[in-house]
Design a protein around this ligand. Sequence first.
Ligand SMILES: Nc1nc2c(ncn2[C@@H]2O[C@H](COP(=O)(O)OP(=O)(O)OP(=O)(O)O)[C@@H](O)[C@H]2O)c(=O)[nH]1
Ligand SMILES: [Mg+2]
Length: 203
Amino acid sequence: MVLGRSERRRRSSAVDPTTLKILVAGGFGVGKTTLVGAVSEIKPLRTEERLTEAGRPVDDLDGVEGKTTTTVAMDFGRITVNDALVLYLFGTPGQDRFWFLWDELALGALGAVVLADTRRLADSFAAVDYFERRGLPFTVAVNCFDDAEQFPPETVREALDLDDAVPVLLCDARSRESVRDVLITVVQHAMRISTEQREPALS
Ligand SMILES: Nc1nc2c(ncn2[C@@H]2O[C@H](COP(=O)(O)OP(=O)(O)OP(=O)(O)O)[C@@H](O)[C@H]2O)c(=O)[nH]1
Ligand SMILES: [Mg+2]
């Protein structure tokens, strides 16, 4: 097939989209795997294993009694935000015994979402501490479970003792649109921080 001049120009000017890595973190059973699955345009890679009697002493099932599986390594998904931007999503395992995987998963990440559940807000403390310590920009997204009491974002900010600059928003981890909004907030926040770090005098 012979390409016309305008088609040839169009194709040669098309640039590869920027690809960014985003972590999806948070406590056990907060909805990380659900979030990645809701938004991914490829079949998400999951590493779910059944929760067993043997794990009962170390797996804290309080508040998530209906849960039958848990992530033991990571979730992986991809979302094309627009022609210029593709996000690769890495969901962390939620249980403390898999903390050793976090450093590997965080390598090269632009930013992170810390998913929170208002019924078990303390389960998010460790993820918030982790990203603050590493200096990795993060956004807190409250996954609004039907039977959880709903609090305004500012109350959650206070409870988690977050810096004013950290975005806090409410979301539904099952909804593609809602998760997309969260991810766009993460990218914008991380870009803002990286610009401020590069141009401190202007910010
Ligand atoms: N009602 C409601 N249920 C949800 C929501 N998000 C997740 N769930 C349910 O909550 C359970 C836990 O979700 P997961 O996505 O496995 O949670 P996780 O954070 O990946 O869990 P771990 O990997 O074990 O830490 C699942 O049964 C989901 O169907 C939500 O927004 N609303
Ligand atoms: Mg999971």
